[in-house]
Design a protein around this ligand. Structure first.
Ligand code: GLC
Length: 479
């Protein structure tokens, strides 16, 4: 089957979060099952994209609100990603270094809507003019979720209305909501059907995608259930569309995330020499951040935003210090500027126990997974979560709030065959108790080493999930 994935992110070309990891690996594993997946993203000015060579595949122009916009489709040469990667170059819209946020100002780009609408129309125009159309168009999150609407509603694309479309929801906190008048940016459609774009009087890209796509998937089964109860205003829509929805758990790219071969970590290790490997990598982190090797090392990696529970961390850490529980805490990530300030202050105040690296740093992330004893994920919302899976593959025990994909991938040590620490309530008390349990586990050498052996043996590869996607595509095509 030929499947075209449309996304705003794809690792290693352009990454903000887990969306990039998934779009950068699922197609590769589907192709190993003998499919032809291709990925299309905008051509930003990220370092990786700047460093590539390209072949021009198509050149065209599109109309957006009466204005002609030129674009070209370029194919990345020799990327060795396991799938062909195409980028849409739209001068004036994407030739900037940031993906969503301007790195200079720290704010989102003012023309986000025009950027992603032009990206989506460009893809539609390219497909319309290409003689080989895909069997399925697979869209990811709201930046590409107007495509299912255009496929089914826009007069220009009648010839493509039979192509099945899928929308995968990686994060339903963001909808791409704007004033309804912006429908004028889209190619002509029967105005009687404007309701398909509308949610609560606004043009809501994600809602339009949910209504128009042939199939909806989310990235874990628990998150699928949670969305019907809490999805930032789209609950009823998720309930209405239940019959065409399903949760498929993400996998991880076990070739990129392999402690035995990972070039980004100091000491490679495998299951066989796991204890030594963990120790050496921890040692390197302790030297780098001036931390005590004997203490349990708990880390947080990720976007510093509400969803991830990053705002809980300052008070949590203070409580732990007050309770005389000795741990090292490492934090890596960027996000809310207010939190940046708080974490920078904490670092000064708790030298030797706390380190915050407030940047995006893929190399350091790998080293932290390799060297930490625990990874902490106190998420309010977690559609799937990949960090707990990366961590476990590197022998790092997860401490997670049992929500969404975290609930589906981490079994508490109190249960039979358990291997992680989970807590239910989003409260300081519950998170503190979880940390106390982690410290206890760490001090029990025998139990800790059993857990270490268990997590390193777990299979979080794409194997079974890629088959579930395959099954879904097949069912759509036969419709
Ligand atoms: C988003 C979600 C995360 C998920 C990822 C990939 O970043 O927040 O939970 O793992 O997408 O699907």
């Amino acid at each position: 089957m030929k499947i075209l994935h449309l996304s705003a992110e794809c690792y290693p070309a352009a990454k903000v979060g887990g969306l990039a990891d998934v779009v950068g690996s699922l197609p590769k594993y589907l192709n190993q099952l003998d499919h032809q997946c291709e990925v299309v993203i905008p051509k930003y000015e990220t370092q990786w994209l700047e460093d590539q060579d390209y072949t021009k595949i198509h050149e065209g122009s599109l109309m957006m609100a009466g204005e002609e916009v030129g674009f070209s489709i370029l194919k990345v040469k020799d990327a060795k990603l396991g799938f062909p990667l195409y980028v849409v170059s739209i001068p004036g819209r994407f030739d900037r270094p940031g993906i969503y946020i301007d790195p200079w100002s720290g704010h989102g780009y003012w023309d986000e809507l025009e950027r992603f609408v032009s990206f989506q129309i460009a893809v539609m125009e390219w497909m319309k003019n290409s003689h080989e159309q895909p069997d399925v168009i697979h869209c990811h999150d709201h930046h590409t979720s107007l495509v299912p609407f255009m496929l089914s509603e826009c007069n220009r694309y009648r010839n493509m209305s039979g192509i099945p479309s899928v929308i995968t929801v990686h994060n339903a906190e963001y909808h791409g909501e704007v004033d309804i008048d912006n429908f004028k940016l889209l190619p002509a459609f029967n105005i009687d059907n404007i309701g398909l774009l509308d949610w609560d009087g606004q043009l809501n890209s994600l809602a339009a995608g949910l209504k128009c796509a042939w199939r909806i998937t989310t990235v874990s089964k628990s998150y699928m259930r949670e969305l019907a109860e809490e999805s930032n205003g789209l609950e009823i829509l998720f309930q209405q569309e239940r019959s065409k929805s399903q949760g498929i758990l993400n996998g991880i790219d076990t070739e990129v995330w392999d402690p035995a071969a990972d070039e980004l970590i100091e000491y490679n290790f495998s299951f066989r020499n796991r204890k030594k490997g963990k120790k050496e990598n921890k040692h390197s982190l302790c030297e780098r951040f001036d931390l005590n090797l004997e203490l349990p090392m708990i880390s947080f990696i990720g976007r510093l935003v509400r969803e991830k529970g990053a705002d809980l961390l300052p008070d949590l850490f203070n409580r732990i210090l007050k309770a005389d529980i000795e741990v090292n805490f490492i934090l890596l990530g960027t996000g809310d500027p207010q939190l940046h300030e708080i974490f920078a202050q904490m670092e000064g105040k708790h030298m030797g126990y706390f380190d915050a690296t407030l940047e995006y740093n893929e190399q350091l992330a790998h080293q932290i997974y390799a060297g930490s004893d625990f990874i902490l994920m106190p998420s309010r919302v977690e559609p799937c979560g990949l960090n707990q899976m990366f961590a476990m593959r590197y022998g790092t025990v997860p401490i997670v709030r049992a929500v969404g994909g975290l609930k589906d991938t981490v079994v508490d040590i109190s249960e039979e065959d358990g291997y992680g620490i989970t807590f239910n309530d989003f409260t300081l008390e519950a998170a503190e108790e979880a940390i106390v349990r982690a410290v206890d586990l760490f001090s029990n050498e025998k139990q800790y080493s059993e857990v270490l052996a268990k997590i390193m043996k777990l299979d979080f590869s794409w194997k079974s999930s890629a088959q579930e996607y395959e099954k879904m595509y097949k069912a759509l095509i036969s419709k």
